[in-house]
Design a protein around this ligand. Structure first.
Ligand code: ATP
Ligand code: MG
Length: 155
């Protein structure tokens, strides 16, 4: 089944906007036209929910969360950028590992298990995509993931 990823992202952002009433703003940087992808919508909802939940959870003073989607050849890239606490450089690639959490004490207070991004990565890879993080300690974090636009037999 094909899903319009742009509308799919809009719906998720709207749901978060309904839940959040504080100093948190969502910025959309989404294509005007629809972009069809073949996804398991329940699983992909889990992916986007996990990434946005982290952006909220690790942005103590609120701030802006930007959700972007853009085409790159036969892939679509989705990016979620926050202005939160950031991740130390040597930890950026580890956040997708099971149970890895940057600051155990702080993370314990915030709740959770440290599995969110490990599951997220598993789902993205199962869809034929990639996921990675960019972050500046104290400045914010951007999580990027890609999805193939179309599955072609024999490729
Ligand atoms: P869970 O998602 O299981 O409730 P969690 O949020 O701690 O718990 P992950 O989502 O897997 O686990 O994230 C792993 C760790 O990566 C987090 O504990 C946090 O230290 C760091 N992290 C993830 N996203 C961000 C972000 N947007 N900004 C800063 N740190 C982040
Ligand atoms: Mg999480």
């Amino acid at each position: 089944i094909q899903t319009d990823l742009v509308q799919f992202l809009q719906d998720i952002i709207e749901r978060f906007e309904m839940l959040q009433h504080e100093h948190l703003h969502f910025l959309r940087n989404l294509p005007e036209r629809s972009i069809m992808v073949q996804i398991d919508t329940d699983k992909m909802t889990q992916v986007v929910d996990n990434i946005i939940s982290n952006a909220i959870k690790y942005s103590p003073e609120g701030g802006t969360i930007s959700v972007s989607a853009s085409l790159h050849g036969r892939k679509i890239k989705v990016s979620v950028a926050d202005q939160g606490v950031g991740i130390p450089k040597n930890n950026v690639s580890k956040i997708f590992d099971r149970f890895f959490r940057v600051d155990r004490a702080r993370s314990r207070d915030l709740g959770g298990t440290g599995l969110g991004l490990a599951i997220t990565k598993e789902i993205v890879l199962a869809h034929g995509g990639d996921i990675w993080a960019e972050s500046e300690w104290g400045q914010g974090t951007t999580i990027h993931f890609t999805l193939p636009l179309k599955k072609v037999r024999g490729e």
